[in-house]
Write a protein that binds this ligand. Sequence first.
Ligand SMILES: [Zn+2]
Ligand SMILES: [Zn+2]
Length: 289
Amino acid sequence: MSAKDAPPPLPEPLLVEVADSHTHMDLQSGTVEEALIKAAAVGVTTVVQVGCDVKGSQWAAETAAAHENVHAAVALHPNEAPRIVLGDPDGRSRQGARRGGGDAALDDALNEIDRLAALPHVRGVGETGLDFFRTGPEGVAAQERSFRAHIEIAKRHGKALVIHDREAHADVLRVLDEEGAPERTVFHCYSGDAEMAGICAAKGYYMSFAGNVTFKNAQPLRDALAVAPLELVLVETDAPFLTPAPFRGRPNAPYLIPVTVRAMAEVRGMGENELAGAIAANTARAFDY
Ligand SMILES: [Zn+2]
Ligand SMILES: [Zn+2]
């Protein structure tokens, strides 16, 4: 393992315990137990494990049932819905058939998400939303249909809605308005600017900041964090992705939350304990645990 692939060192522990509001332990190396022990050692005592497809959502629900401090969110990722309907572009046969299952296959998958969303350890429905970066125009209809279905599921079960919004701010906000957002809605890996933070604040949407808030080119994100109401601010790793600076490019995991919390405290000009306390209360309120 070269130094570039090595897990970053343990940061100084936070004195006030917080939650990682969005992680993918199924995509990280090591066991769940190892990840939780390492995270707890630095004050990250709660994690929300997020599923992106049927299998991952089942795994998230099982993992949450087995661990008191793990809560689950279940969904078909915005890039997964078109894949189910249309098939994987990489899986094209020589005839050009894409081997997708059509709308019926999407309905089957949504029914399973609906079943999982009823479970007590499942506290969120997501990540769902729109992603115009990975999904091309041919997948937009399936993506939006899936998003609307997830909003309905979240509302019916009284669970938090976890939004994935990549290069789709206006359309995500439009669909939320059209459907009526659930009582608790979280923009995971918040990627809007300060103006959008004002819109989210007015609607009462939570904004969850990930490691990219530490990136050099992320000033608009820091400007958004600076104006977001404190009671709507969450922190997440989205691990194994988006490792905070100065460890960018190396594997991310929940134990690196303190690095991001400290950078966020600096942006807001407040102490890390005060910020951690607010984040802990906000995450518990958002996911109702
Ligand atoms: Zn996402
Ligand atoms: Zn994610």
